[in-house]
Design a protein around this ligand. Sequence first.
Ligand code: FRU
Length: 492
Amino acid sequence: SFYNEKFRPQFHFTPEAHWMNDPNGMVFFEGEYHLFYQYYPNGTVWGPMHWGHAVSRDLVHWEHLPVALAPDEHGYIFSGSAVVDWKDSSGLFGGKPGLVAIFTHHRFDEEAQVVRQSQSIAYSADRGRTWLTYEGNPVLKGEGIVDFRDPKVFWHEPSQHWIMVLAVGDHARFYRSADLLNWTFCSEFGREEGSHDGVWECPDLFELPVEGSAGDKRWVLIISIGNEEGVPEGSRTQYFVGRFDGETFVNEESADQVLWLDHGRDNYAGVTWSDIPEEDGRRLFIGWMSNWKYANLTPTESWRGAMTLPRELWLKKETGGIRLYQKPVEELNSLRVRTVTLQERLVAAETQLLLESGNGLLEVEGTVNVNESGAAEFGFRLDYASGQSGTVGFDLKRSTVFIDRSGLEGDVPFHETFAGRHEASVQGDHETVTFRIYVDRSSVEIFANGGQAALTDLIFPESEEFELSFYSAGGSVEIVELNIHELASVYE
Ligand code: FRU
């Protein structure tokens, strides 16, 4: 059937055909989640950027819509955001609410032989179905700054202004506006903070309550950092926790502290949805599930690029500070078709076959007691019918969660940095370990320890079917509970 090509994700968003990178313009309006994305409709590698478009009512099933924005006299359409202009502050909607997209125009100035980036506006009065570019574009000029892009805009209630966060080379800048059309510089952040392993891209800024505190709130600043030669991890996403007063962001951590949003290799340029209704209240995130290290080389044919699972973000107070937690949205539970449950099983130091997956789509939720075991490691092996295999597990000596995809690159190796084992440290009492794992046709995601650590990795198994086994090494562990859910494809 359709959308069943080799490696085609069955419950992650992909374009029907051709190239996709960053998620853009995510906004909720009149019952629909909008997802725009960096799109090149004429090829399967990066090219002149458009905004592709899809909508969903449940974040799981997506309807593809025509291209929303195409290159014009100001250049390509790079990344950006969208908001609902509820009170028609822009004056573009005759007093009614409408959708406004704020994005980067990117062009090569032939005369001066330099790249020019500036911020522009497009608007839609028909629920995002058709878009007009604003006559006064660009609304914020780069003035000679080369890396000046990826505007994220939101309404800041206390100061009664729109705020724009912009990525400017090695720092972020904040601007404000009353009408989305005229922007004033407020401040900058970050030249000497966090990771500078690559150029700063795709910022986001939002406030969240802190779990484990009495009504405390903090602001989260998300910054993606670009791929640099010599940095083996390639593109990654970091975040800062601090305060924002409508003009200035102040980091609460020490300047050299680096906080990663995801410890796998394939979660980049992610930002959050705008205008989620208050009665829902979630902060919803999605990232591009690839890495500029090899994004143009992954072995898919008719399309290239996928999004991560949509996730809910929240803050939690830990001993070391306030940290960002994440979990896949619960709407995904609707894909469960059959569940196998195991309880209170002691697993000795050998591998036990749990299940054979015919369609290659699984979710595994579990709680494992590791207290008295002496085990050095436990986890799951994925043994594909093709003979390839990978591992998702916990290293109990180092207190880490890991994905090892060394054996899952596909028949033809495409990049020397792809194969590998990626890990994140897990905090906690170390008596029990909890996790949730998702396996799709070309990805693995694990959320460990109640959402404290996330890893997202692409994989390229040559077959769909695989065997799932549980193992422990160096001692036994007790499975307190394990739910293995066979998942349906969203195309069924
Ligand atoms: C991030 C990025 C953005 C830019 C877009 C271009 O992946 O480099 O900074 O707007 O991709 O496609």
